[in-house]
Design a protein around this ligand. Sequence first.
Ligand SMILES: [Zn+2]
Length: 291
Amino acid sequence: MNPFTIGDVTVSSIIERQGPWRKPTDMFPTADPTRAREHLLGLEHYLYDAVLDLLFTTYQTFVVRTNKHTILIDTCVGEDKPNRGAKLDYPKQPWLDGFAAEGLRFEDIDYVFCTHLHIDHCGWNTRLLNGKWVPTFPNAKYIFSKREYDYWEAETVKGSNPPGDVWSDSCLPIVEAGQALLVDDDYALDDSLWLTPTPGHSPGHVCVNVKSAGKNGIFTGDLMHHALQCIEPDWSSCFCYDTDASAKSRRSVLESAAGTDTIIVPAHFPGATAGRIKLSGDNYRFHFLGS
Ligand SMILES: [Zn+2]
């Protein structure tokens, strides 16, 4: 992803991994396979490996620099996390190298936002130091939806898997360190950065809205995983907690952004990642920045 601006705010990305990942029909269980392939063959070549029948997926953290704060949005899988499974056990040094390439030290981060508390969105929240999970960013406040946090705490107490260890090693230590703000789903940091509730993918999934110098951007987390879902907004992912609510939230954001200058920044889109929404017949198309 090339860095871009939203008014006076600059946005760049630290990539943990990218490349072919899951089959469309595995990722979107209600997708019609023929229609999915037709759509995918018409999209940018970097979105779909037609030979392997695999969607391209990026895991990345966004660095958002305002004139007041340095903010991270979503923190990938992280390192030294046990029981994440072989698929997520890929090298994590690229993320650390990417962070350093931003000219950042861990101490420089003022806020960490997690759109939700899934395995690939809160991993670098903590690091293992002398056998103990500690906040990676010692001076940061971490913004978690209280609804989301409470849900995963309850699931963890029940022994559900997922979440397995995710809440215990990547969320709870932040609260114990006194660095968490457990907030409502419409929390505003200030008049240029606020949350909107977009439940469905997870119970307390939120989007992070940025407004600066008359420009708008929305970091949409896992509201959608692939540009295919602009064409077929009702195709929710296999990882969605409530597929109907997920589709409803997705349609709501797509409808509000369609035809506007608002820059949409989904967590997992490859290539330029960010783009704008255009109406196309009854549905939508994702137009990547620079395309
Ligand atoms: Zn995700």
